[in-house]
Ligand binder design. Structure first.
Ligand SMILES: *Cc1c(COP(=O)(O)O)cnc(C)c1O
Length: 380
């Protein structure tokens, strides 16, 4: 008797939905000496000396123990900082982890038999494009329906009336809105977001990763609407990308749902220590934010003087459209000069370059390189 030969192809072991996935493509992190890195929206300044001291003094024999599973002291400090309760806050391994948990807690995976509008809405995750390129990937990983809604050419937030005429779904299970948005840098007025939230019935996450550089924030909206959650991170503004700390502020029922499905030790101990120390030294960071905003204004003015178009930014980066050269050429020629920016090869955004605001020295070098590139490409 012969035994049937088994199929050991590892491909067959992977779920079809996972086999087809395209993972998130992070910005490059090359280790080139002297490189000016203006491509991933990191704060160019180091964390405050207090934060570095706190991390150093926590690296001792305590490393063998599990960290606080509920990040309680950090959540208490954040609650005090934002004038809410500990129950309104969940901390994650970066806000990316929390955005992913939200897909699992609030949206149903796509089911073939769904036909009613209500069933379809329950399986829908939606967001504007262009925006944070992680959202479609999170929806795909979860197997939910994706609803992408195009922003107008100005990249402004559409009014409810305009959304009613678009494919926006006012009942979608989960909507992500980045504010200020990336890569455009545009801030959305809280009064406009409030109108949208009032008309929306599903969970709405306002991703405020860049809000520390903006004139206003939307924290009052989760206080007013139980379906609205604000997402924040220590990564960008607080120079803690390496430590992976983000958090959400929202209604205790939604926060509690996320809390039930997270890993028990989702937030590493040194990260909790670093974030707590950051909150005790906020003044240090406020000064940095002012400096970054000043250089955002100066860089915008200098590029406009060359005839480039620059969108008004509320973030720590600008979105600029060159004249005389394509954005792709500008990107390449900066790269040759060891200045890294971010260019997205996608419709509507490929004419633009996203430039993170770096230190004063870095921005001066960026501007003089840009002037040289612009001069050498001008027709004689
Ligand atoms: C960087 C970024 C995040 C992720 O931040 P982490 O806390 O580092 O995971 C989330 N949303 C937007 C829009 C971002 O740009």
């Amino acid at each position: 008797m012969t035994t049937k030969r088994r199929d050991h192809s590892p491909r067959q072991l992977v779920r079809p939905i996972v086999r087809k996935l395209h993972g998130y493509v992070p910005g490059e992190q090359p280790k080139v000496p002297g490189l000016i890195k203006l491509n991933t929206n990191e704060n160019p300044a180091p964390p405050s000396p207090k934060v570095i001291r706190a991390i150093r003094s926590a690296t001792d024999e305590r490393l063998r123990r599990y960290p606080d599973p509920a990040a309680r002291p950090l959540r208490e400090a954040l609650a005090k900082f934002h004038g809410c309760k500990r129950e309104n806050i969940i901390v994650g391994n970066g806000s990316d982890e929390l955005l992913a948990l939200a897909t699992r807690a609030f949206a149903e995976p796509r089911q073939a038999g769904a036909t009613t509008r209500r069933q379809i809405a329950k399986q829908t995750i939606q967001y504007f494009t262009p925006s944070y390129s992680l959202y479609p990937i999170l929806a795909d990983i979860h197997g939910a329906r994706r609803n992408e809604v195009k922003l107008p050419a100005s990249f402004e937030l559409p009014t409810n009336e305009a959304l009613q005429k678009s494919n926006w779904n006012f009942s979608a299970a989960l909507s992500y809105i980045t504010t200020p948005n990336a890569p455009s840098g545009r801030g959305y007025a809280t009064s406009d977001l409030s109108k949208l939230c009032a008309a929306q019935s599903g969970v709405t996450i306002l991703d405020e990763a860049y809000v520390d550089f903006a004139d206003e924030n939307a924290l009052r909206l989760p206080k007013r609407f139980p379906h609205v959650i604000v997402s924040r991170t220590f990564s960008k503004a607080y120079s803690l990308c390496f430590q992976r700390i983000g958090y959400l502020v929202g209604h205790p029922v939604l926060i509690g749902a996320l809390d039930r499905i997270r890993d028990s030790y989702n937030v590493n101990g040194l990260g909790q220590t670093a974030a707590l120390a950051t909150l005790s030294d906020i003044g240090h960071y406020r000064k940095q934010f002012e400096h970054i905003v000043q250089w955002r204004t100066k860089t915008t003015g200098s590029l406009e003087a060359l005839g480039f178009e620059v969108l008004p930014s509320q973030a720590n980066f600008i979105f600029a459209r060159p004249t005389g050269i394509t954005a792709a050429e500008w990107f390449q020629q900066l790269r040759v000069r060891k200045i890294l920016t971010r260019w997205f090869d996608a419709p509507k955004v490929r004419d633009w370059l996203r430039i993170t605001i770096g230190t004063e020295t870095e921005m001066r070098k960026f501007l003089s390189a840009t002037r040289a590139i612009h001069r050498s490409n001008r027709p004689p």
